[in-house]
Design a protein around this ligand. Structure first.
Ligand SMILES: NC(=O)c1ccc[n+]([C@@H]2O[C@H](COP(=O)([O-])OP(=O)(O)OC[C@H]3O[C@@H](n4cnc5c(N)ncnc54)[C@H](O)[C@@H]3O)[C@@H](O)[C@H]2O)c1
Ligand SMILES: O=c1ccn([C@@H]2O[C@H](COP(=O)(O)OP(=O)(O)O[C@H]3O[C@H](CO)[C@@H](O)[C@H](O)[C@H]3O)[C@@H](O)[C@H]2O)c(=O)[nH]1
Length: 435
């Protein structure tokens, strides 16, 4: 089938490559010429495991191309929209890119043979699909909402084998059936592999996405609140998490205490969901204020620990920060706790040296004011305190006896290290809720 993917960022570019991989002919459209240039050359504009190979293979095979010209979508029967919905100044979702993408798409609908299906994938405030549907129908298309649940660093795997597919369909029964059948055809390979597909109305599908992310953020802030209590009582949050996680009703995942959640999704989606709920005159999500506050406190806490470890004054002192990305196996630094903490320490006067296997080179290019070391050994050399803030394997596997800091002080912001190994090597070890 001929498919277009509008917006080729972390979500869209991976979706486009995966749709080509399962046999479709795909054109990706983006307004960013540099990104389109890289993608067209089979080069990934960001670090995502397995993505570049998939991209290059499908570009070479002629199944996947990229353009800035919307006219090239005219022969596509299905149009996925994956443009950004970033945080506006008031915390709500900024819908500028979505509005603009839809406006650019409408004149090209209805030109391909058969029905034209518009598939919303971006994370949007509840009510968005209802507000767009009439314009899509007038232009000759049918709208379906298919929120995306991929995790960065597992994006390819999650796109090809998601936990579930969610379809939000029109109230109009015929449109609902046609769009559902065509999307089933697009995902035939995925559904055929046993992935469950759930069909519901537009608002429910939109809410599934933001409620899932809010639940995940709540789980992380819950365990981080426990970490605060563990610190005050001498308890160990890693053992606590292991024990409560063995209750199937609670589950083990997303109970890793540390410096909190970051990235391009959980922080903005929780705030946008709360803002949208308030617009609806509801206070149902007031508790998310506390979830966000706990998350912010975790960043401050680790910066304060470093400052205290150096007697309250970090001016001119070298501090090593291991990690810049918001999570390992990614170079995404959007709302990164690691970078935020590095900035707090630099603002306090410290000479901060950051290292990150994938985000480091990007940081060096985009933020020349930040000192970036090639690896952990260089960063830690002569440093007065070391913070592990993104749990890359290469940091977790460091042998503390091979490092040459000025002070052997390690703050493990992700509880990723074995405290005993570091203590045995003569280091002062500070974990998050496990000191
Ligand atoms: N990143 C993820 O892991 C992820 C997962 C699930 C859902 N989402 C949601 O998907 C959406 C996209 O997120 P992302 O992380 O890929 O963002 P991103 O910023 O990486 O990518 C968005 C892309 O859209 C392009 N764009 C903006 N306006 C456009 C227009 N008018 N026409 C064509 N292209 C346009 C931008 O140039 C950019 O390349 C958001 O709503 C996000 O919440 C993201
Ligand atoms: O126990 C945990 C788990 C995660 N994190 C942090 O939480 C953040 C988000 O992690 P993760 O959810 O794995 O990354 P994302 O790629 O942002 O994925 C989330 O956001 C996407 C965009 O909406 C959704 O599609 C995914 O389902 C959802 O997991 C990162 O900073 C992690 O370090 C913790 O601090 N503790």
């Amino acid at each position: 089938m001929n498919i277009s993917v509008i917006g080729c960022g972390y979500l869209g570019a991976v979706h486009a490559a995966c749709m080509a991989e399962i046999g479709h002919t795909v054109v990706g459209v983006d307004v960013d010429e540099e990104k389109v240039g890289l993608l067209s050359a089979g080069q990934a504009p960001f670090h995502e495991p397995d993505f570049e190979e998939l991209l290059a293979k499908n570009v070479d095979a002629g199944r996947l191309r990229f353009t800035t010209d919307f006219a090239e979508v005219a022969d596509s029967q299905v149009h996925f929209i994956g443009v950004g919905t970033p945080e506006a100044a008031d915390g709500s979702a900024d819908m500028t890119y979505m509005t603009s993408a839809v406006q650019s798409l409408l004149p090209h609908l209805g030109k391909a043979e058969g029905h034209s299906i518009v598939v919303g994938k971006s994370t949007v405030p509840v009510g968005t699909a209802d507000s767009i549907e009439d314009a899509v129908v007038e232009a000759g298309g049918i709208l379906i909402w298919n929120p995306e649940f991929l995790r960065e660093s597992f994006a390819v795997q999650d796109t090809l084998r998601p936990d579930r597919l969610v379809y939000g369909v029109s109230k109009d029964e015929e449109r609902a059936q046609v769009s559902q059948d065509i999307l089933d055809e697009v995902y035939a390979n995925i559904i055929g592999a046993g992935v469950v597909r759930l069909v519901m109305d537009f608002p429910t599908a939109e809410l599934v996405k933001v409620s899932a992310n809010s639940f995940l953020a709540t789980k992380i802030s819950f365990i981080n609140a426990m970490a605060e209590i563990c610190d005050a009582t001498g308890a160990d949050v890693t053992k606590l998490a292991e024990a409560i996680g063995m209750d199937d009703r609670i589950g083990k995942k997303f109970l890793r205490a540390g410096i909190g959640y970051g990235g391009g999704c959980l922080p903005k989606d929780t705030r946008a969901f709360q803002a949208r709920t308030e617009q609806l005159g509801l206070h149902s999500l007031d508790f998310l204020t506390a979830i966000n506050e706990i998350n912010d406190r975790r960043r401050n806490h680790s910066a304060e620990l470093a400052i205290e470890a150096l007697g309250g004054d970090v001016a001119g002192k070298k501090i090593a920060v291991l990690g810049a990305a918001f999570k390992p196996n990614s170079d995404d630094m959007r709302n990164s706790p690691a970078l935020d903490i590095a900035k707090t320490l630099a603002d306090a006067g410290a000479t901060v040296v950051v290292t990150d296997p994938a985000a480091g080179p990007v940081l060096q290019r985009k933020r020349p004011e930040i000192t970036v070391a090639a690896n952990a050994h260089d960063a830690i050399n002569n440093s007065e305190v070391t913070l592990l803030l993104t749990e890359w394997d290469v940091f977790k596997n460091l042998d503390p006896t091979t490092l040459a800091p000025a002070n052997k002080i390690i703050i493990d912001g992700r509880n990723a290290l074995d405290p005993q190994v570091w203590k045995d090597a003569g280091w002062d070890y500070y974990g998050m809720g496990r000191s």
